[in-house]
Design a protein around this ligand. Structure first.
Ligand code: 6R9
Length: 665
């Protein structure tokens, strides 16, 4: 295994990485093992034999106001309850206990703005800001169980807002800043949100997007929304609707600086996070207090081998996704870590900004998405080589499978050949990492998330009978045992919760929605989604959601959306569209369709490719055959099409695709 720096130009490097594809596994180095907290492989077996004791030990990382009476109530699956009778507060665990232990001066976040602004926020600072804002929320009449929306960029106040909700028992519902105002309104409506915390504007690569102004028209009709709290992040003027809207800085100035943390039941809701499912209506994944925080703290410590006194940890996700919730906010803060919180994009003001930031703050742990790594590979070595990355000791990936070559590039170029990589598989629903190496124990294989973490039960089963398939065979990934940070339900949709995850193989087997295989060595290889969910740059989107945005366009009669393999983004959205009447698809209609999707969902959901067709292939019962469309789009041989209502449709589509190729050539 090479430990010296890789080839000096992209071409030479590519050659070296191709050679390295032969290396099938990477053992943790002795140097890494020496300082690591988990190095004994026996913990897997112990935790498997007695997973109750394992979870007890993990929950004991937290400070409980009152210990639990029962570890797990599994009397009514799939409605599991963890740490029954236990009382704790998430914000207390993330802040007060560190300050009380004399670590108030430790930096919680090195915040870095898009224009290079810097702010170091200590645990003591964060505690005082959170207390004030929590008091201000209470003054507005917001309390336990109320749902509070959060829609803002990566500014420090987003963390303050989440923790302030947790402090008083309000349930936050964060919407990723890249979603459109319409999506925000929809998520506020579905969750009966009583308040929305937002910003005047958000930084977008040198421009400022007027967030509050864009929200105004769509939130006007929301029946339950009593308060809108606006953080003045970018100095924009905003219209404040009397009786509803207030400035954040004004209400905190008047608020009580003290606000004790509310003792919450372990099973009280902590947050809702909407994610995409098979239908166009997003699913409100509900996480609760004790189990979620146990999972977040335990995995953040174990998977990243966190050494809170010396590490500088950086997760480049956005707080608006589950990765941001668990591995920017709750895990790191519960563990008293020092983190980097970066407001901007990876390519602004230049394509080496991430590496500049690593050098600036001497980051030791870096956690990002494969799509970002592939973008860096494409941009080239010169953007990386300018910076000193020798502080790094551990790297991670999340969100989608990573191709071995990108893995090797990350390992060699960013990690200098010395940093273990943890490829972490998990979901919004699982709350925390499920399948991942433990960096001081597991030998890694590029492209595999390796093995389930201690205490978890994972299997790959046959889709017909639910029995485990033979090693090396593909099947459906399932989780066979409850775990503390599992979702508890879909908000206000218990039936959909059971139906989506626990119908197929019974109420004790969680259906993940991914296909996978486990090789002879017990290593897990994730293949991809089995439902109509597309993963674009690690962002989950439902094809139905995009389809319903497309058909909202005035000229569109029908649309079918598929995920098509893409070198950069993993999958890209490809839309087959039939237009109304005799109208022809042209550039204007294409632009119109993309704009419609941007307005209804967000720019990141815009189709990369639009194919106009007079008709779409359907089964005799009228179902669009997406699998066939995927084959057509990717130029694969088609199998039997005789079950189609009108086989001629396929021939026509194939002609379209070949014309498309001809014009591109
Ligand atoms: C954390 C997060 C979940 C889906 C999941 C799977 C894919 C996530 C992965 C991975 C292969 C990994 N996924 N991590 N696939 N290897 N390491 O991404 O949550 O947005 O809910 O997406 O992402 O398909 O089912 P979420």
């Amino acid at each position: 295994m090479a430990t010296d720096r890789p080839g000096s130009d992209d071409h030479e490097l590519d050659h070296e990485l191709t050679q390295m594809l032969q290396t099938d596994r990477f053992e943790p180095s002795d140097e890494f093992k020496q300082g690591a907290s988990l190095t004994d492989p026996a913990i897997y077996e112990q935790a498997d034999r007695d997973w109750r004791t394992w979870w007890t030990s993990q929950a004991e990382r937290l400070t409980w106001f009152k210990p639990w009476d029962q570890l797990l109530d599994d009397s009514n699956p799939p409605f599991y309850k963890w740490f029954v009778g236990g009382k704790l507060n998430v914000s207390y665990n993330c802040l007060d206990r560190h300050v009380e232990a004399g670590r108030g001066e430790r930096v919680a976040f090195h915040w870095r703005g898009e224009e290079g602004e810097e702010q170091d926020i200590t645990y003591a600072d964060l505690l005082s800001q959170v207390q004030r804002f929590a008091s201000a929320l209470k003054d507005l009449g917001i309390g336990k169980g109320d749902v509070v929306g959060i829609y803002m960029g990566m500014v420090p106040e987003v963390v303050v807002a989440m923790l302030a909700c947790a402090r008083i028992g309000a349930v936050h519902n964060v919407v990723f800043g890249g979603f459109s105002p319409e999506s925000v309104a929809e998520r506020m409506e579905f969750s009966d949100a009583k308040a929305l915390i937002t910003v005047d504007g958000a930084a977008r690569k040198g421009k400022v997007a007027p967030i509050k102004r864009n929200l105004d028209p769509v939130i006007a009709g929301l029946e339950h929304l009593e308060h809108v709290i606006v953080v003045k992040a970018k100095g924009l003027d905003c219209e404040l609707q009397a009786g509803r809207d207030v400035w954040y800085h004004e209400i905190v100035a008047q608020a009580d600086p003290e606000c004790p943390a509310e003792p919450m039941d372990a099973e009280d809701p902590l947050f809702i996070l909407y994610t995409s499912g098979s239908t166009s209506k997003p699913k409100g994944v509900l996480h609760t207090t004790g189990g979620y925080l146990t999972g977040a703290a335990s995995t953040h410590q174990n998977v990243f081998d966190l050494r809170p006194d010396t590490d500088v940890y950086w997760c480049s996700a956005d707080v608006g996704w589950i990765t941001g919730h668990t591995y920017i906010v709750y895990g790191p803060l519960a563990n008293g870590a020092t983190s980097i919180l970066y407001e901007g994009a990876p390519d602004y003001p230049h394509r080496g900004i991430w590496w500049e930031i690593v050098e600036r703050y001497q980051a030791t742990i870096f956690y990002t998405a494969p799509t970002a790594i592939r973008a860096c590979v494409k941009w080239g070595l010169q953007h990386v080589q300018k910076f000193d990355l020798s502080s790094l000791r551990l790297l991670g990936t999340v969100g989608e499978p990573i191709n071995p070559k990108a893995w090797l590039w990350y390992h060699e170029v960013i990690g200098g050949g010395r940093c273990p990589i943890v490829d972490t598989w998990w979901q919004t629903e699982t709350g925390s990492i499920m399948i991942s190496p433990l960096p001081g124990i597991t030998a890694t294989k590029p492209g595999s998330a390796t093995q389930p973490l201690p205490g978890l039960g994972i299997a790959v089963v046959d889709e017909r009978d639910g029995k485990p398939v033979a090693p090396g065979e593909q099947g459906l990934l399932v989780i066979t045992r409850p775990w503390p940070s599992m979702l508890r339900t879909l908000y206000k949709e218990d039936e959909r919760f059971v139906e989506t995850y626990f119908r197929r193989f019974g109420s004790e087997t969680y259906l993940v929605g991914d296909a996978a295989r486990i090789d002879e060595d017990g290593y897990c290889w994730i293949i991809g989604r089995i439902d109509d969910v597309v993963n674009v740059s690690g962002h989950r989107l439902s094809t139905a959601e995009v389809e319903s945005a497309i058909v909202a366009h005035e000229s569109v009669a029908e649309a079918a959306v598929i995920g098509q393999s893409d070198d950069l983004t993993g999958q890209a959205i490809c839309a087959f569209v039939t237009l109304q009447g005799t109208s022809d698809g042209d550039v204007t209609v294409e632009t119109g369709i993309r704009d419609e999707v941007a307005a209804r969902i967000g720019k990141f959901a815009r189709p990369k490719r639009i194919i106009f067709a007079d008709d779409l292939p359907k089964t005799r019962s009228g179902k669009i055959m997406r699998r066939l469309l995927r084959d057509i789009a990717e130029g694969r041989m088609l199998g039997d099409v005789t079950t189609l209502r009108d086989p001629a449709v396929v021939a026509e589509l194939e002609v379209k695709i070949s014309e498309e190729h001809a014009t591109q050539a």
